[in-house]
Design a protein around this ligand. Structure first.
Ligand SMILES: Nc1ncnc2c1ncn2[C@@H]1O[C@H](COP(=O)(O)OP(=O)(O)O)[C@@H](O)[C@H]1O
Ligand SMILES: O=C(O)C1=C[C@@H](OP(=O)(O)O)[C@@H](O)[C@H](O)C1
Ligand SMILES: [Mg+2]
Length: 162
């Protein structure tokens, strides 16, 4: 399981990690979009963030019940106490990232509805609010600033070795 704020690289590193481990990859955001038949930005507009969080909680629960590969979570999935409880007992990697790298990676926040207005200030606020939650669920923390996704995936492979 990969957790961390938007722009930490969960989706990108998750795909590479699954390749390295020879296993499947899933992303709860993609699962939610497939089920809803529309992009996350439209779910936020049509039904609101609270509804998205309900779908997200169900998506994590269902993926963890039926799937043994690499799972990237959305950045806000850890806001749910039930999700944090469900993550216990799994290998959870917190991809950490500083504000400047996160801002440059997400650009103007296209496709990320929470970053539609003032992405830098919003990301800073979300990082401060969520860091303790990422740390709470993490088995390992991997710093990503200035590092290539391939190198990060390789480090995780090493950390996961028994
Ligand atoms: N370590 C990295 N270094 C540079 N760019 C990265 C890194 N990880 C991800 N990116 C880029 O940042 C953007 C956000 O990555 P993504 O994997 O979608 O993050 P997340 O799923 O955590 O929000 C993508 O354009 C991706 O190519
Ligand atoms: O941090 C958040 O609250 C969100 C992160 C996004 O996923 P990524 O972290 O993969 O960008 C996506 O789930 C949605 O836009 C909300
Ligand atoms: Mg993602």
């Amino acid at each position: 399981m990969l957790v961390g704020v938007m722009g930490a690289g969960k989706t990108t590193v998750g795909e590479l990690l699954a390749e390295r481990l020879g296993t499947a990859f899933r992303d709860t955001d993609a699962d939610i979009e497939a089920d809803a038949g529309k992009p996350i930005s439209e779910i936020f507009i049509d039904e609101g963030e609270a509804h998205f969080r309900t779908l997200e909680e169900a998506a994590v629960k269902s993926a963890l019940a039926s799937f043994g590969g690499v799972l990237a979570l959305g950045g806000g999935a850890v806001l749910s106490e039930r999700t944090r409880a469900v993550l216990a007992g799994h290998s959870v990697v917190f991809l950490s990232v500083g504000l400047s790298d996160a801002v440059s990676r997400v650009g103007l926040g296209a496709g990320r509805p929470l970053l539609a207005i003032n992405p830098r200030a919003t990301l800073k606020h979300l990082m401060d609010q969520r860091r303790p939650l990422y740390e709470e669920v993490a088995t390992f923390t991997v710093a990503t600033d200035g590092r290539d996704p391939v190198e990060i995936a390789d480090e995780i492979v090493t950390l996961l070795k028994p």
